[in-house]
Write a protein that binds this ligand. Structure first.
Ligand code: DX5
Ligand code: ZN
Length: 216
């Protein structure tokens, strides 16, 4: 699946942006609080605006120190998947249980330097693991190839434990790095600048989607 990251798009006409990627499986929305990361984007209001424009699943990535205070606000805004960082100050695993209780799918994200072991005890509580392949905060950074090993480890864990969570990768995804990520075992590719810094975002989404059929 492909989840285009809207922060890399031109925000003056959100409706056009959403139409351009209507063939995508999900839409990825990056919420940044200027504390967990140096950048500041949007909150539930931004999610709600996108919700009104599409029925595609909204994959909301909270780069926030205190995401647990905003779960209901994002649910009411229309989030389908809500991902919090393991490095945040959220109370684990309770925050993940609350996300599910509110009717959303729960995700856990980990930064490039965070080891897989930190997330393993939380896997029974999540529907998605988001492996960061750049340091969170900005789109347009270069892919960190060392994180592919974590994708392989999560994949191996999922197979040996017969669990169900999806594995997503976020940051620096282009045709080459996406191919590496798909071969390592990801289920979801988040891509910002690669999709939107092209005159044909729909084509880029399709090209990324095709990688999954080339590497079943
Ligand atoms: C980074 C964000 C990413 C980012 C991806 O903090 O979580 O979703 O927008 O953008 P690219 O694909 O340009 O790295
Ligand atoms: Zn993201």
């Amino acid at each position: 699946m492909v989840s285009p990251s809207l922060i890399a798009a031109e925000f003056t006409c959100l409706e056009r942006v959403v139409q351009q990627v209507s063939g995508a499986d999900w839409l990825h929305l990056d919420v940044m609080d200027a504390h967990f990361v140096p950048n500041l984007t949007f909150g539930p209001l931004g999610v709600r605006a996108v919700r009104k424009l599409t029925r595609q699943p909204l994959d909301v990535h909270l780069m926030m120190t205190h995401p647990h205070h905003y779960l209901r606000a994002f649910q009411e805004a229309g989030a389908d998947w809500l991902t919090v960082h393991v490095e945040s100050q959220a109370p684990f695993p309770r925050v993940l249980e609350e996300i599910r209780t509110l009717g959303m799918r729960s995700g856990i994200a980990l930064n490039p330097e965070t080891p897989v072991e930190r997330v393993l005890p939380l896997l029974p509580y999540v529907d998605l693991v988001l492996v960061m392949s750049v340091h969170p905060g900005f789109s347009g950074q270069s892919f960190i190839p060392e994180v592919l090993q974590k994708v392989r480890e999560f994949r191996a864990y999922r197979e040996s434990h017969h669990t169900q969570f999806l594995i997503s990768i976020d940051g620096g995804i282009n045709q080459d790095t996406a191919s590496l990520a798909v071969r390592a075992g990801v289920d979801v590719l988040v891509a910002g600048s690669y999709v939107f810094q092209d005159a044909q975002p729909a084509e880029r989404v399709r090209a990324l989607q095709q990688l999954f059929s080339l590497n079943p």
